[in-house]
Write a protein that binds this ligand. Structure first.
Ligand code: DGL
Length: 268
């Protein structure tokens, strides 16, 4: 099984692509909805929450975990990979989403000005900036934290005029910098992709991060047969949430555009 962890519903924007492009694998999705949003919490708290999620997913027989949440990736992943995994789960792997995104953008020709939007924690960590500069030192990077977008998505306010106004206000300073590419550094933002594209304009490319992450996962799986992640004739898919299952099913099915069958409420 492959585990996918997010602070809430956002990781469904990534899972959607896994189910479409890598349909024969087994997946366990864990959304820590009860404690979301993570974006305004301290590093310590985010680290501990992420560690608990990882324990849960490894306990449920995941061989590989994708931390889909950018906030958890930026605040906890490195420490987990360097300190916690070798000690607690030697031989197991936890991957994040920042590196594949940064690689995709840095390898695009004729891109010199990049915008990044994300939660406060992700933007303040400079994680995208650091990775991008490592890969392409001449890049100019303009960052903006956009904290109101997560609650708007969680409430399902995708096409409301208020949402469009807020996106406009957030993107204006990046537009003025004439960015050529915009990184959606939060799993919730792809649900706003159409509006973000319209508002930022056609001169700026905006990828759906899930498309890039799934390509990178595909390569990773073919390079690492030793992990023993096998395809199965039928798709296995289980969901866990730390909050109400009725709300998770309702909102989750809208975001995922498919039925959520196996779903359980858990406590981390
Ligand atoms: N899913 C988180 C991310 O990708 C954002 C939501 C939150 O603040 O918990 O950054």
């Amino acid at each position: 099984m492959i585990g996918i962890f997010d602070s809430g519903f956002g990781g469904l924007s990534v899972l959607k692509h896994f189910l479409y492009c890598l349909p024969k694998y087994g997946y366990i999705y864990l959304g820590d909805n009860a404690r979301a949003p993570y974006g305004n919490k301290s590093q310590d708290v985010i680290y501990n929450y992420t560690k608990e999620a990882i324990d849960f997913l490894f306990f449920h027989k995941c061989k590989l975990i994708i931390v889909a949440c950018n906030t958890a990736s930026s605040q906890a992943l490195r420490k987990i990979q360097k300190e916690y995994l070798p000690r607690a789960y030697p031989g197991k792997r936890v991957l994040g989403v920042v590196r594949p995104m940064a690689e995709a953008i840095a390898s695009t020709e004729d891109i010199y000005k990049v915008g990044v939007i994300g939660t406060r924690a992700t933007i303040e960590s400079n994680v995208y900036k650091i990775e991008l500069i490592k890969l392409k030192p001449g890049l100019e990077i303009f960052q903006k934290s956009t904290p109101l977008l997560v609650p708007l998505v969680e409430e399902g306010c995708i096409n409301e005029n208020e949402t469009k106004m807020i996106i406009h206000k957030y993107l204006q300073p990046l537009k003025e910098k004439k960015i050529q590419s915009l990184i959606l550094g939060c799993t919730h933002y792809p649900f706003l992709l159409d509006n973000i594209k319209k508002i930022i304009g056609s001169k700026c490319q905006v990828h759906d991060p899930g498309e890039i992450i799934v390509k990178s996962l595909k390569k990773y799986l073919s390079r690492h047969p030793e992990l023993g992640i096998k395809k199965a004739p039928d798709q296995e898919l289980e969901f866990f949430t730390t909050d109400d299952i009725v709300k998770f099913r309702k909102t989750g099915e809208i975001f995922l555009k498919q039925k959520i069958r196996k779903l359980e409420k858990i406590k981390l």
